[in-house]
Ligand binder design. Structure first.
Ligand SMILES: [Zn+2]
Ligand SMILES: [Zn+2]
Length: 185
């Protein structure tokens, strides 16, 4: 007798035991879940060698669904005013918990074996990412320094032109006005 089981991918209860994973509906749901995650994983994998740091915006809170772990995962890694793009997902994909859950998920769902590696980040890759993250942070700070310098230059320029205006009013405008005020008196 088959016990009622709940399939998290199909979001339905079934009674056909292990046979369910071979059903057409389940295969379709499995494929759809992996297809949704794959572009995010591929984008994250590109960041392994070239981590990018950006100024934090609320958009960086975005999450994606990991069907292997059955949980939501943050795509990016934010700290204070900074975000390391794709850092959240890479951290998740490199975690031993995700590797374990993925092995189980692949076995339970009889998923295509060759596909599995696409959803895993090795400890070596993650170490490489951490290195490139440090570089990314350094160059971000340099860039920020330039922005601050540019802003300071802009403020100085504005200040300068304001002084010019004040000077021209004092030199040209004020005597004329004082003359006219003399005339009115
Ligand atoms: Zn199912
Ligand atoms: Zn996971």
């Amino acid at each position: 007798m088959a016990l009622a089981q709940r399939c998290p991918l199909c979001r339905q209860t079934f009674f056909c035991g292990r046979g369910h994973v071979y059903s057409r509906k389940h295969r379709r749901q499995l494929q759809a879940a992996l297809d949704r995650l794959l572009p995010q994983v591929e984008a994250a994998r590109k960041a392994v060698r070239s981590a990018q740091v950006a100024r934090y915006v609320p958009e960086h809170e975005r999450r994606c669904w990991c069907p292997c772990c059955g949980c939501e995962v943050r795509l990016h890694l934010s700290h204070g005013t900074l975000t390391v793009l794709h850092g959240g997902l890479l951290e998740h994909l490199a975690s031993p918990e995700h590797r374990k859950a993925t092995n189980r998920f692949w076995w339970e769902n009889k998923a295509e074996f060759q596909m599995k590696e696409k959803f895993l980040i090795s400890p070596q890759e993650y170490a490489q990412f951490k290195k490139s993250m440090v570089k990314g942070l350094d160059s971000y700070e340099e860039k920020e320094d330039e922005v601050i310098k540019e802003m300071a230059a802009h403020i100085r320029a504005v200040e300068h032109s304001r002084q010019e205006v004040v000077r021209s009013i004092l030199e040209v405008g004020f005597p004329r006005r004082s003359q006219s005020s003399i005339q009115t008196h």
